[in-house]
Design a protein around this ligand. Sequence first.
Ligand code: TPP
Length: 676
Amino acid sequence: MTASTAAVATDAELANAIRALAMDAVEAAKSGHPGMPMGMAEIALALWNRHLRHNPANPHWPDRDRFVLSNGHGSMLQYALLHLVGYDLPISELRNFRQLHSKTPGHPEVGVTPGVETTSGPLGQGFANAVGMALAESLLAQEFNAPGHAIVDHHTYVFMGDGCMMEGISHEAASLAGTWKLGKLVAFYDDNGISIDGRVQGWLTDDTPRRFEAYGWHVIANIDGHDVNAVDAAIKAAQAVTDKPSLLCCKTVIGKGAPNKAGTEHVHGAALGEKEVAATRAAIGWSNPPFEIPQAIYDRWSARECGAMLESSWDEKFAAYRAAFPERAAEFARRIAGDLPATFDSVVARFESAQAAKGETVATRKASQQAIEAFAAGLPELIGGSADLTGSVFTNWSGSKVVAAGTSGNYLNFGVREFAMSAIANGLALHGGFIPYVGTFLTFSDYARNALRMASLMKLRSIFVYTHDSIGLGEDGPTHQSVEHASSLRLIPGMDVWRPCDTVESAVAWAAAIERRHGPSCLLFTRQNCAFVARTPSTVDAIARGGYVLADFDPSSTGARAVILATGSEVSLALGARDALAKEGVAVRVVSMPCTSVFERQDAAYRASVLPAGVPRVAVEAGVTAFWRRYVGAEDDPHGAVVGIDTFGESAPAPVLFKHFGFTVDNVVKAVKGVL
Ligand SMILES: Cc1ncc(C[n+]2csc(CCOP(=O)(O)OP(=O)(O)O)c2C)c(N)n1
């Protein structure tokens, strides 16, 4: 019997539609991963056809279930599902799998394909995003739901494979999910025993069910992942357990249906090949040509009608909520839309003026905390946290309330888990309703780096707070001294990296990060005190342009001129050198450059007005020098120099280190004289 002859399509036909679309799309692209979609077809059927509460006509409906494909290399599974259930993803897009500007790129990408909730592919990270999404749901439910008004009430489902399980981030994220008792998180482990190098017994012998039980999860082991009813029953059991996240361990055969290649690594990362595709068609009884799906199959897959009903019943629920609690409903709508409160601008302006008037000399990590204190009270969406360094990175404030298992709050103790912390922050941002900020020492940003890259790729409003920048932390030595990190973070496309020099720049940096709706920010702060710099109000306004003239050429000077660019703790050094050089008849402009990417987004005329052509330049930053060459010219340019550090640091008190590495007024003066 072929699929097209049945009046009502069977489960087998529904699952085989996924198999056919996956193998045919990978075949057409001559690239991709058919094995996982073919192996997870019945699991996907059980979840998407029987449980997932979503509306293909509106991928952004707030109370939809979230679905994450953490094993994102099997993206054709998600594209096939989105197409079959009725999202705006026509078959032409599936034919165009992995091609330029298609809606079906190599891995699921948020913002490209309707219905994709997070960009996944770096294994394990989607799982951590899902933990963040489930956490967001739990916190919003506690904050907004009222008796008889469950306006936030959805599940987060995540598919993961051996690769996700092997990645360390799965440990970090699973441990936190268990501790936080995220009962509406349901993970499906595609236990097919195969990864790229072959059978995993040689490199993955963990007892995964017991591992997750030890994290405090509800685990169902040994589910037959090809038995739709068994998976369905497991999902129901998972939904019934509300005080623990659930892991459903499903035994599957990778590439199931391919008669010669199923169960082997040969269905991973390569098209099946014409012969095997034909053999698979015969083996599973699929007689339809590539990319042709019988209407009966579409009919049973479609989630359009049910999705519209689900959304409209939520709309009714929300209307009742609005009638009962108009202010809370408006606040919920604002939070989900990601709009800042109307008063935010004036709060920022008042705080910046207050900081300017106070003129305090403090460590910028302290200035950061002052900014959090000033902004957080009026921003309930701001949710903070730290990787076991709260007392050092000052990410808490007087209103911080730690989230414990099943309780609400606005502060997360992540423990020493920088990578999961950052990916969970991304999950919170993706879910909506929150602006996450998370902190650790700058040098440990490396542990989190791929999550930062993903935040940038996804244009998320995630804020990464990094203190103890550069050598200023002193005695902890080179392991903790982040000489290359500021520059390397600046290299991530779309990442705004702020390194403010005092209390006022710190306030501006925080406001910019919060206001930046479509992109992440790194905020870099010092451990040591940084001298306050007095500015006029218009100079304070200019900080938001990323680079600005902090102290200009003395107009009365007729001697040589130079520009010193500096960031963070080195700005005061630049100002000192300016004073010293003035005595020698050299007029210096100090340009403070707290955020180079924001400066680069200014118009050319502004940039040229700050950095005039033809005037020699010296950049000063206690970090690697290469990045600054774009502003001062190549190493053989006689009119440009960088005072920086191209080695690792040393252990010593900070003042000794600054002197040792040449961060003295005398040395900056010497550098300026060298370029005149
Ligand atoms: C962090 C990361 N490292 C490596 C890869 C490359 N990679 C893609 S899939 C894969 C193997 C995954 O095995 P498994 O999760 O079992 O997937 P399956 O074989 O079931 O498709 C690897 C190593 C990746 N995507 N992400």
